[in-house]
Design a protein around this ligand. Structure first.
Ligand SMILES: [Zn+2]
Ligand SMILES: [Zn+2]
Length: 180
């Protein structure tokens, strides 16, 4: 995505708007699907041969909740600001080179998008997720295979704790030879 600044007049602001498909690779392991094109709109102004750009990238991703796999639609509006210098001229700190009147902001926008995408998507803060055993959505109902809480499984009052002790003390002897 390159902006042609050949005919721009120094100090005047110009707008641009470009649409392009986002690569699925930006999901980077997250569960989801890119459901819109990426629209980048913004403005630029030149200062000598330097070009200053301000833009916003807008797009939508249909994620799946990390815990319960419910669909979660997120709209993004990500701001990118960059300053560019003409290759071959003196560069100011933090400026990015451009070539032949064409200022390519793709890399800058992509980097900003990657930075802003949340690493974890939840349908809601306290999503209870899915039961590992029966697969029920624990946000919608309970199941019988729910894990026993720490307090109630205390070994002190558990009659089977004796058996556990026996298993532990006799288990060691034979184990080594039967493995593999
Ligand atoms: Zn969820
Ligand atoms: Zn269950």
């Amino acid at each position: 995505m390159a902006i042609n600044v050949a005919k721009s007049i120094e100090g005047s602001f110009y707008t641009f708007c470009e649409t392009f498909p986002l690569d699925k690779s930006i999901l980077d392991g997250r569960l989801g699907e890119i459901t819109s094109q990426c629209v980048v709109e913004g403005s630029y102004v030149t200062e000598g041969s330097n070009v200053h750009i301000e833009s916003r990238a807008k797009f939508t991703i249909l994620f799946q909740c990390d815990r319960c796999l419910t669909e979660v639609v997120r709209d993004f509006d990500i701001r990118y600001i960059g300053s560019y210098y003409l290759d071959g001229t003196e560069a100011s700190e933090g400026y990015i080179p451009y070539f032949n009147d064409m200022v390519d902001i793709s890399k800058g926008v992509s980097a900003e998008v990657l930075l802003r995408l949340p690493s974890r998507i939840l349908c809601k803060q306290d999503c209870k997720g899915i039961c590992q055993k029966c697969g029920i959505d624990l946000n919608e109902g309970k199941c019988d295979c729910e894990v026993v809480t720490e307090a109630s499984s205390s070994t002190k009052n558990n009659p089977f704790s004796v058996l556990q002790d026996i298993n532990n003390s006799t288990g060691g002897a034979d184990n080594g030879s039967t493995e593999g």
